[in-house]
Ligand binder design. Structure first.
Ligand code: ADE
Length: 228
């Protein structure tokens, strides 16, 4: 998989060098390009934003640097890449979307700042490639960078080979639509708290039933809207 990120804060994505995704990059499973939007400005102040037409607070990102930066990545004709624009006005990001992103060959992320990117950037690229506006959740971040980091981490770990033991992906929260069951490791007792005895029983049927019960109880208590 190839990932390109356009941002005014390229340093932000230095964390992609470490941890699981860093290993995936080193192993050649995921290739990442980080592009500084300001490289595509042509004025002394490297301006990327301007006041909104129609008035109002805040600044809007100008379309020209975006056009130049994105054309540099996807070319100036039709592209098979998927352009992802993080936005609080987008569809909510879910594990199902992470799975869809993980199947793409080429993802391009456009990190907006300020009050967003001039709408014509999305409208223009939507004429020659797939474009998705995706929200990390119902709250406002200062820009798309944190949202993109979360999407890359969630999708990247689903790319075959990135997570060493693929079975560990199966029993996670949200994979079966429920929250995951609580986990325990040694010692069997810690600060007066004991590991639930069923987990020490060796009875795999009873353990599976207990875990399922825990998933349902947790989901009902914390996220009832996830239950069918
Ligand atoms: N940019 C600002 N807020 C955001 C959010 N909630 N999700 C995605 N991108 C954003």
């Amino acid at each position: 998989m190839r990932i390109d990120i356009v941002t005014i804060f390229p340093e932000f994505f230095g964390v992609l060098d470490i941890s699981l995704l860093g290993k995936a990059r080193a192993a050649g499973l995921i290739e990442v390009g980080v592009h500084d939007l300001r490289e595509h400005t042509h004025d002394r102040h490297r301006t990327v934003d301007d006041t909104p037409y129609g008035g109002g607070a805040g600044m809007v990102m100008k379309p020209e640097p975006w056009g130049e930066a994105l054309d540099g990545i996807v070319g100036s004709e039709a592209s098979d890449a998927l352009l992802v624009v993080p936005s609080p006005a987008g569809e909510p990001f879910t594990q199902a979307i992470a799975r869809e992103l993980a199947e793409e060959d080429h993802l391009v992320f456009a990190c907006g700042r300020y009050e967003g990117i001039d709408q014509r950037v999305v409208d223009h690229y939507a004429t020659r490639m797939r474009v998705r506006l995706i929200s990390l959740g119902d709250y406002v971040l200062n820009g798309g960078e944190v949202a993109v980091m979360a999407m890359i981490e969630a999708a990247g770990r689903l790319v075959p080979g990135v997570v060493g033991n693929p079975e560990s992906l199966v029993e996670e929260s949200h994979e079966d639509g429920l929250l995951e069951y609580p986990s325990y490791t040694k010692p069997a007792e810690w600060r007066g708290f004991e590991v639930p005895p069923v987990l020490l029983s060796g009875n795999h049927g009873a353990i599976a039933a207990w875990r399922r019960e825990q998933q349902l109880e947790r989901t009902k208590r914390v996220r009832p809207e996830l239950l069918p």
